[in-house]
Design a binder for this molecule. Structure first.
Ligand code: SF4
Ligand code: SF4
Length: 349
């Protein structure tokens, strides 16, 4: 019985049981007038009808800051790992895709033990979108619905959830849950209706080309004036990076004790729009111009990262960067559509 149905009342009891277990439960809750992932202490606080969270759930897999190791001189060091078992409750499909992309990036080449340990200790209970956010364009990016990357997927069908357990971890979590029953053909049809609707309607900013066309489009657009034009009003604040579920750059620093007896090595989120992101030894900044940094972000999403993860575009259409950008220049669709129009008009001449 992989696909089941659980009434909303029984689901609440299930969540209360999770909260009482040994695991840390992180779920979506209100934060002022918006929503955020945070530690869940009551099932009443969970909001699976949210539109979008301020920050993506990646903050629980790749925290804003973390200590990687501590050391004592002359040469003793100890890696620091977060061993908590965690349940991530309420990730939307586009965020599930973003996590799957990070899993690929952190497990290839230089295997990242800190990320992967946390990831392997995490059970993802995803949920289909109920309320589209004002800037979502997941339909354009093929991420409005998802077929893998989660342990359990919940679909709200009115008075109940269709509950799809995709992994052994997910099935184990549902063992013995009160009220759980096999989903009927009608329940599955109701779920399909939600998927069909979301695949079309989560599209506030339609992309004018196929996502798979983006690498070639960017290949032709390196010297396009849009980079300079948009960058003129960019604050270099990095909000488009920090709110993005697929941005994963970090900076590593050593904090050394004043008497040189030891210290700790920590990492913190970094962002390619920040002025000193590309500053290296000798104070040389190889992306000093704002336009270069602005262009780099769009190339990362549409060309550089896809070449590392089998062609997947590293923008999942969550729309968070659009909401976060005060001068309203971060919308990837607006830029890609400008480039697509230009290339189309050149090739039609
Ligand atoms: S680039 Fe913007 S829309 Fe795309 S995944 Fe990142 S924050 Fe979301
Ligand atoms: S959020 Fe907007 S202003 Fe801030 S760095 Fe990104 S593009 Fe520039």
């Amino acid at each position: 019985m992989n696909v089941s149905k659980l009434s909303k009342e029984d689901f609440k009891s299930f969540v209360s049981g999770l909260i009482e277990s040994e695991q840390t439960v992180v779920g979506v809750q209100t934060k002022g007038e918006r929503f955020a992932f945070g530690p869940l202490t009551s099932a009443d606080d969970l909001r699976l009808d949210y539109d979008v969270t301020i920050l993506p759930p990646k903050k629980y897999l790749l925290p804003q800051t973390e200590t990687l190791l501590t050391y004592e001189l002359p040469c003793q060091y100890k890696s620091q790992f977060d061993d908590r078992q965690m349940i991530l409750l309420g990730a939307h499909p586009y965020d599930v895709v973003a996590i799957s992309q990070m899993d690929m990036l952190f497990s290839q080449d230089e295997y990242d033990n800190h990320y992967m340990k946390r990831r392997n200790n995490t059970t993802i209970i995803a949920c289909d979108v109920v309320t589209p956010s004002q800037n979502v364009f997941a339909s354009s990016m093929g991420t409005a619905t998802v077929k893998d990357g989660y342990d359990i997927l919940l679909t709200d069908i009115g008075d109940a959830y269709v509950v799809d357990a995709a992994t052994e971890k997910g099935k184990a979590l549902l063992q013995g849950v009160a009220g759980i029953a096999q989903a009927s053909p009608d329940d599955l049809a109701a779920r399909q209706a939600v998927w069909d609707k979301n695949a079309v309607e989560l599209n506030k900013h339609p992309l004018a080309c196929k996502p798979s066309d983006l690498p070639e489009l960017l290949e032709k657009s390196y010297d396009h004036p849009v980079w300079e034009e948009k960058a003129q009003v960019c604050f270099s604040c990095g909000s488009c990076n920090t709110t993005c579920p697929t941005c994963y750059c970090f900076d590593v620093q050593d904090d050394v004790e004043w008497d040189l007896s030891g210290g700790r090595r920590r990492r913190a989120w970094d962002g390619c729009l920040l002025t000193n992101f590309a500053t290296v030894a000798g104070d040389h900044n190889f992306r000093k111009a704002r336009a270069d940094r602005f262009r780099h972000r769009l190339y990362r999403k549409g060309k550089y990262v896809p070449s590392k993860i089998g062609g997947q575009i590293a923008c999942v259409g969550c729309g968070r960067c659009i909401t976060a950008c005060i001068p309203d220049i971060a919308n990837p669709v607006a830029i890609y559509n400008t480039l697509a129009e230009e290339v189309a008009s050149v090739s039609s001449k």
